[in-house]
Design a protein around this ligand. Structure first.
Ligand code: ACO
Ligand code: KIV
Length: 560
């Protein structure tokens, strides 16, 4: 990089609008979408698509709901010519879909383009030529009149040659290529001249497409340019005003959105932003942005993963895991505070109509994504995420203090491995730590009976270091009775701080999970957990798991 970029690059000068309207406007309906995946997208691929791949992609675009699809540049490539013929001859184009093809403003190319479309019901013939100063001077070695003449002469040829194929209902589209860096008054002059030659009407509008062939400045500048054209073009009522933003500065989506606010009726782009250099505007993001504002985009991305897989296969290019709405990781929170907020948000979401889950701008289910990947746990995660996974994957509803206790265990595990802990690994850790707590005591069975006067008596059979013992205790309730029995055997005080239980499963397979908060030797509390088909047995088993934990841990600490 150079120390003074101004010696090499100049700031782009936008149009001066004093009364701009677009900042106060809102997008309230879907635009006309045009997918150029099979043309602009295809021309930017390392290996352009075969006819079979194009057909597969085309069918998917139709299924998504595109009504206008640019299918190629038939005068340039034999594959594209054959593909257009195949679409027409094998009847692949639904009545409500119009195919579009691109051509340069050269007689023989327009002629071949018209030939490719013979016999179709309707078609958009799209002609382009660049108008911008650098192109005039460097590429065409001509002046404004020279490039204007290419546009007007080309339009006359289009008119003449399409008239020879009257079976087709023709729509003409003209693109002043590199509009984004063309003098606005000149772009208008050329577009007005083209419109004047074509003679559109209310029933047969012309498409004037204003490409940001190279994105030159902040999106508000493009919006100003579009609003200026929208308010200055002659015969605006006979024009469909279209935009075609590229993403050189990474702001194509914003540019398209502001352009719609500025008066554009139509957007050309590609799925996931494929296309020349940094790509065309990403129609998926644009559409889903509208959806999250309550405006239906009239495109169906309710199975976003299938669209992503199709596009990856056809383009042979990967889609970034953080790509908006579609990336593998976009609904995943690793960090503790995000997980906590998502967990709380999802817990109350069922009770309300409006989507309001913190950190998730859209319900993954609307895109056919599950909640499975919403929370993943690594060393950045907190108790919320761990508890969320245990609840979702194992049905375990941990009391808050146990969430804190167990998340420290998970944290240590993750710090040691330095890796993400899968849901299965977390469940395994929980099982080892709480359900399968080994130690000197092994619960065998228990029996509870009610004494005269209402007190509870419990008989417990267990092993200690392999020797079977039978004990009895009496208390105000079965757990109290069991605590008394164990205390008199171990000669240690067991202090029960809190008790939680919940059912797990349903029908005849339902079991109880019991969580006991016990006061530990260090005066801190510690949890003991167990499950059983009988809820009281679960509680007594939990007591044994608890004394095993308290017994074993000091020994383990000594060994360590
Ligand atoms: C921004 C965009 O995406 S535009 C679309 C770009 N896509 C493509 O180019 C893919 C398909 N294109 C091709 O395969 C080829 O360009 C073809 C077959 C159409 C033409 O190939 P060639 O005849 O070899 O010409 P080439 O593409 O090199 O074009 C250069 C010539 O066409 C002229 N030209 C370029 N664009 C246009 C245009 N839109 N209208 C009229 N003339 C044009 C140039 O001035 C140049 O003329 P010159 O030879 O007198 O200097
Ligand atoms: C042909 C035009 C619309 C184009 O692809 C561009 O300018 O990027």
């Amino acid at each position: 990089m150079i120390s003074n970029p101004a010696s090499k690059y100049q700031a782009f000068k936008g149009v001066k609008l004093t009364q701009r309207q677009w900042p106060s406007n809102q997008i309230t309906k879907a635009p006309i979408w045009m997918s150029t995946d099979l043309r602009d997208g295809n021309q930017a691929l390392i290996d352009p698509m075969s006819i079979e791949t194009k057909l597969r992609f085309f069918k998917h675009l139709v299924a998504i709901g595109f009504k206008q699809i640019e299918v190629g540049f038939p005068s340039a490539s034999d594959i594209d010519f054959k593909f257009v013929r195949l679409l027409i001859e094998e009847n692949h184009i639904p009545d409500d879909v119009t195919i579009e093809v691109l051509t340069q403003a050269r007689y023989e190319l327009i002629e071949r383009t018209v030939e490719s479309l013979r016999g179709t019901k309707q078609a958009i013939l799209h002609m382009y030529n660049p108008l911008a100063p650098a192109f005039r001077e460097i590429v065409y070695k001509t002046d404004k009149a020279g490039v204007k003449n290419i546009a007007t002469q080309g339009t006359k040829w289009v008119k003449e040659l399409t008239a020879k194929a009257p079976e087709v209902n023709w729509t003409y589209q003209y693109s002043p290529e590199v509009f984004s860096s063309t003098e606005l008054r000149f772009a208008k002059e050329v577009c007005d001249a083209v419109v004047n030659i074509w003679q559109p009407s209310r029933d047969n509008k012309i498409i004037i497409n204003l490409p940001a062939t190279v994105e030159m400045n902040t999106p508000n500048t493009y919006a100003d340019q579009i609003e200026w054209m929208h308010t200055h073009l002659k015969q605006r009522q006979h024009i469909i005003l279209s935009v075609h933003p590229h993403n050189d500065r990474g702001t194509a989506v914003a540019a398209a959105e502001l352009a719609l606010m500025a008066g554009a009726d139509r957007v050309e782009g590609c799925l996931f932003g494929n296309g020349e250099r940094t790509g065309n505007v990403d129609i998926v993001t644009l559409a889903m942005n509208m959806y999250t504002q309550g405006v239906h985009p009239e495109l169906d991305f309710s199975n976003i993963d299938s669209v992503r897989m199709l596009v990856e296969e056809c383009n042979q290019l990967p889609i970034h895991p953080r790509h908006p709405y579609a990336g593998e990781l976009v609904f995943t929170a690793f960090s503790g505070s995000h997980q906590d907020a998502i967990k709380k948000g999802l817990a109350v979401q069922d009770k309300q109509a409006l989507w309001q889950v913190p950190y998730l701008p859209i319900d993954p289910a609307d895109l056919g994504r599950s909640y499975e990947s919403v929370v993943r746990v690594n060393s950045q995660s907190g108790k919320g995420g761990v508890a969320f996974l245990l609840a979702r994957e194992a049905g375990l509803e941990l009391p808050r203090k146990l969430q804190i206790e167990f998340s420290k265990i998970v944290q240590t595990h993750n710090d040691n491995t330095g890796k993400e802990a899968s849901a299965a690994a977390i469940i395994d850790l929980f099982e080892q730590q709480y359900f399968n707590q080994s130690g000197p005591f092994e619960f065998i069975k228990s029996q509870i009976s009610t004494l005269v006067g209402g007190k509870q008596s419990v008989d417990i059979q267990f092993k200690q270091y392999g020797t079977t013992h039978k004990i009895n205790g009496v208390g105000n309730g079965p757990i109290d009775a069991a605590v008394n029995a164990i205390q008199s055997f171990t000669k240690q005080t067991i202090e029960l701080v809190d008790f939680h239980e919940h059912a797990l499963g349903s029908g005849s397979g339902v079991i109880a999970v019991c969580y006991l908060e016990l006061k530990a030797q260090n005066n801190m509390s510690e949890f003991a957990v167990a499950k059983d088909s009988n809820s009281m047995t679960a509680a007594i088993k939990a007591l044994f798991n608890g004394i095993n934990r308290q017994w074993v841990e000091p020994v383990m600490q000594k060994q360590a």
